[in-house]
Write a protein that binds this ligand. Sequence first.
Ligand SMILES: *Cc1c(COP(=O)(O)O)cnc(C)c1O
Length: 268
Amino acid sequence: MSGVSANLKSIQTKLDAAYEEATDENRAHNKPRLVAVSKTKPVDLIIEAYNEGQRVFGENYVQELSEKSANQEILEKCPDIKWHFIGNCQSNKAKILMNCENLCLIETVTSENLAKQLNKQAGSKEVSVFIQINTSGEESKNGLDEETSLKVAKFIVEKCPQLKLTGLMTIGQLGNSIQAAKEGGNPDFLKLREVRKKVANSLNRDEHDFELSMGMSTDFEEAIRMGSTNVRVGSSIFGARNYPANPPKPDGDGSSDQLSQKLQQTKI
Ligand SMILES: *Cc1c(COP(=O)(O)O)cnc(C)c1O
C-alpha cells in the first residue's frame, strides 16, 4: 500500500472543509481544483491516484512532463488525465512543452517572450495559461512583479490568440507561510488577490474571471480560505520526494522544493 488513496481522501476532506470555512467575501465561486503534483514520482503512483478519481496532475520539469505524458501505460490507463505545467520553461523548450499529450494548463508564464514562443508552438490548439507572480519579491523566485504582469497580461490577450489567460499563480515565501499558519492572512496570498484585481481592471474584466493558483501541501487550507481556486499539492499525496545527490540541471530553480522541504522541517 502506497498510502496515496488515503492521502487523497484526507486532502479532499480538508479542501472541502477549508472551502466551507472561507468567508463569503473570500470564497472562490467554485470549489478549488486539486492539482496532484507528481514530480519525481513514478508512473504507478500517478495511475493509482487516477484510479481514485484524481484527474489533474502537475509537473515542473519540461522533460519529465514530456516523458510522463507520453508514457504508454498512462495513455492507456488514464485517458482523461489533465496535465498542468508548474515549473520554469525556457523559451527554447516551448515546443517540447506544447507537444505534450493532454497538456491542459501552463501555470507559469513569466515573460512576453515565453508567451510568444508558446503561442507560436501551439499550432491550432488553444491552451490555458496563468501568469506567475513573484508576490514576495525574493530574488530566488521566478515570477513577475505587479507592473510587468499587467504588460504581459495585455500582451497575451492581444497578441497570443492560441493562449487563453485564465489566472495567476504564486509560490509564497516560507516565512510568510509559517507566520500565516499561526495568524492567518498570508501576505503572498493577499498580494496575489490584489494583483488579480489590477489585472482584471486593466483588461476590463471581472476579477472572478481569473483563477488564483496558490497553496501547497503545508498551506493549501489557508490559501483556500483566502480564495484560492487551484491548489498544488505534492508531498502530502505522494510522500516526501527523494532527490539524487547531484540533480541534473533543472528547468526550474527548485525554490518551491526548498520551500516545502524547509516547511516540513519546521513542522508547522
Ligand atoms: C513541488 C511543487 C508544489 C508541491 O509542493 P508540496 O510541498 O510537495 O505540496 C507546488 N507548486 C510548485 C510550483 C511546485 O514546484
